[in-house]
Design a protein around this ligand. Structure first.
Ligand code: WT7
Length: 631
């Protein structure tokens, strides 16, 4: 608490000074003299941090440590197969990254070019990110659980010139055909696919894959054709570092853009203060590099700080429910950072699989991605951490670059389920639906009133959409899309999204995206998708589907539609329920009343409220009746 208070007062005293001092944690080729220049007014919109500074993120994560930590493990890789692991030193990682950067360069990839990464959780995923950063190319990692269709639309949207992938990914004893998906995506992307002139493939399983001469290269052979030295490109602080696609409440996913200087300062700052990793600690974040958590807290934050970061190829329940704790013992992990959905899934297996491990090395436990229910918090604290490890429940978003609201390890751990207080330097507030500020203990919409270095700078190719999405609901302020409650002690409790975005197992999903996948099926006339509480996943996906005239509503068709969404978006979006319905509850002006659909899916048909404005009230009874199949 003391450190938090001291930092917060430093920020209050002089904000520019505070953030310039934090910038001093990085190695700059040219130190910045200005902290920020920000306007969230639509008329004159700009966000700039450290704009006169020059640096390189890859240099920051590798070269800068060579003298003092060259032989220290940078990446501790644990394979899907429990008998396989590998320690990679900072020096070795530096060499691999330089080689990969040189392969990219040799194929004409350079500063400002976009490169899609579609990777398994192997060290090469980190090398690929850092190799792009090294030469100033902008990476966009696409989670390996997305379909070729989703991959194609991202290749197209960002205008990628290269893709880095693997033959196959291994996960939980199964394989995912990454290279085959890339080939399909490039074909699907048409002209945009033709612009991809390099597919660099890492050999992981040795599966036989297609190979297009002139375009495709194997990493394990091409790495020997280049030298192990590659200078890092001096980048302006506001040059883009990466694009990461995320779902919103409308339309297709947005390519959120993060730039170099502010993002790196913020990732390093938050990683240091939240996780308190000592020089000899092994730190483990279980996220996938396909999400922002993997960017900021597997790769950029920890490596910028010279930490040993554990990278895990597998899943928490393979080969069995003890795996996570066995990995903790095997590598003497000190900090573990995971998602509530994983904790709930493991909790369900009982204490046995945990108790048979030691976990003596653990010092701190973290969670991220969704609200953690107090029961799961307590199990994590008492059973996993044996009551001696603080829990940091970190609230943030793809757009925020790093954690904004979280307990710090030295805070008293008295509020299970509360994200508690803002990081020093962060200014959250609550407003009502009209944008009026709410003071003291209150519940409302969560906004930020001031910029911070890690904030996203835009939406790739559509700055208007960026301003519209985040800065127009409450003009001049950043709207998170989340609701929150602030208690008497000033602690924040995140209550979840207040827009049409779902959070399924910590993965963000737009209902509009799933709806458009459904209506793309020839049998579907209309669809509405809502979330409902799910014991393990946090939220489940409930789809109401209206079929075309004359189409028989059968169980087989419902099943086909689930598979269809999976094909279109990817396994992460697979609907839990498909309800074939005769109609949707609409107002006389034709607007779907989602509130009613949510209540029915939640199993509260008694709480529908006023339905008198509906065009066809009788449709509601049919929907309630139809939902009974899921009880
Ligand atoms: C949304 C952002 C941030 C990395 C992973 C997800 C929800 C995130 C928490 C938390 C309650 C949380 C919010 C947020 N969320 N962390 N500790 N407590 N809710 O990133 O995919 O951009 O999703 O995840 O609803 O808006 P994302």
């Amino acid at each position: 608490m003391r450190e938090r208070n001291a930092m917060t007062s430093r920020h209050v005293e002089n904000r520019d000074k505070f953030w310039l001092e934090e910038a001093g944690r990085l190695h700059w080729f040219k130190e910045p003299m200005v902290a920020s220049d920000v306007s969230w007014d639509a008329e004159d919109f700009h966000i700039r941090w450290y704009e006169d500074g020059v640096l390189n993120a890859s240099y920051q994560c590798l070269d800068r440590h060579l003298e003092t930590r060259g032989e220290k493990t940078a990446i501790l890789w644990e394979g899907d197969d429990p008998s396989v692991s590998e320690a990679i030193t900072y020096r070795e990682a530096h060499e691999e990254v330089c080689r990969m950067a040189n392969v990219l360069k040799a194929r004409g990839v350079g500063k400002g070019d976009r490169v899609i990464l579609y990777m398994p959780m192997t060290p090469e995923a980190a090398y690929a990110m850092l190799a792009c950063a090294r030469i100033g190319a902008v990476h966009s990692v696409v989670f390996g659980g997305f379909s070729p269709e989703a991959l194609a639309s991202r290749i197209e949207d960002c205008g990628a010139v290269a893709v880095i992938t693997a033959d196959e990914a291994r996960r939980g004893g199964k394989t995912v055909p990454l290279k085959e998906n890339v080939d399909r995506a490039i074909e699907r992307a048409g002209k945009a696919g033709d612009a991809v002139h390099l597919v660099l493939t890492v050999r992981v399983t040795g599966a036989k894959v297609g190979f297009e001469d002139g375009r495709d290269l194997w990493w394990h052979t091409s790495r020997d054709d280049v030298t192990k030295e590659c200078p890092s490109e001096p980048m302006a602080a506001e040059d883009p570092l990466f694009i990461l696609y995320t779902s919103g409440s409308t339309g297709k996913p947005k390519g959120v853009v993060h730039t170099t200087g502010g993002y790196m300062v913020y990732a390093s700052y938050t990683h240091e203060k939240i996780f308190e990793v000592a020089e000899d600690d092994v730190y483990w974040c279980t996220a996938d590099v396909g999400w922002i958590t993997g960017h900021s807290y597997i790769v950029y934050g920890p490596l910028a700080n010279g930490v040993t970061t554990l990278m895990f190829e597998g899943v928490p329940t393979y080969p069995d429910a003890s795996r996570m704790w066995e990995v903790v013992d095997k590598h003497k992990v000190a900090q573990i950072y995971t998602a509530p959905t994983a904790i709930r899934a493991l909790m369900r297996e009982g204490d046995g699989p945990v108790k048979k491990t030691s976990r003596a090395s653990l010092k701190l436990l973290g969670t991220v991605g969704e609200p953690i229910n107090p029961e799961a918090w307590r199990w994590y604290h008492e059973v996993v951490g044996e009551g001696r490890c603080p829990i940091v429940d970190t609230w943030w978003q793809t757009e925020t670059g790093g954690v904004l609201i979280t307990p710090l390890p030295s805070d008293p751990m008295t509020k299970p389920g509360a994200a508690t207080k803002p990081m020093p330097g962060i200014m959250p507030a609550l407003v009502d639906n009209d944008g009026n500020p709410l003071d003291g203990a209150a519940e409302g919409n969560l906004i930020l009133t001031e910029s911070w270095p890690g904030q996203a700078r835009g939406v790739w190719g559509d700055q208007e959409r960026f301003i519209q999405t985040y800065f127009s609901t409450y003009p001049g302020r950043y709207f998170t899309g989340d609701g929150a409650r602030r208690d008497e002690g000033g602690d924040y409790w995140i209550t979840g999204r207040v827009d049409d975005v779902l959070n399924v197992s910590g993965h963000r999903m737009g209902t509009a995206e799933i709806e458009s996948a459904l209506v793309a099926h020839p049998s579907v006339a209309e669809a509405a998708v809502v979330g409902y509480p799910h014991d393990i996943k946090g939220q489940g996906v409930h789809c109401y589907v209206i079929l075309n005239q004359g189409t028989e509503p059968t169980d087989a068709l419902a099943k086909t539609l689930r598979g269809h969404v999976r094909e279109e978006i990817g396994p992460v979006a697979t609907p839990d329920r498909v309800q074939l319905a005769p109609g949707l509850p609409k107002t006389r002006s034709g607007k779907i009343m989602r509130r009613i659909l949510r209540k029915i899916a939640e199993g509260h048909p008694d709480q529908l409220g006023d339905t008198s404005t509906l065009a066809e009230p009788q449709v509601v009874d049919a929907l309630i009746d139809g939902a009974k199949q899921f009880e």
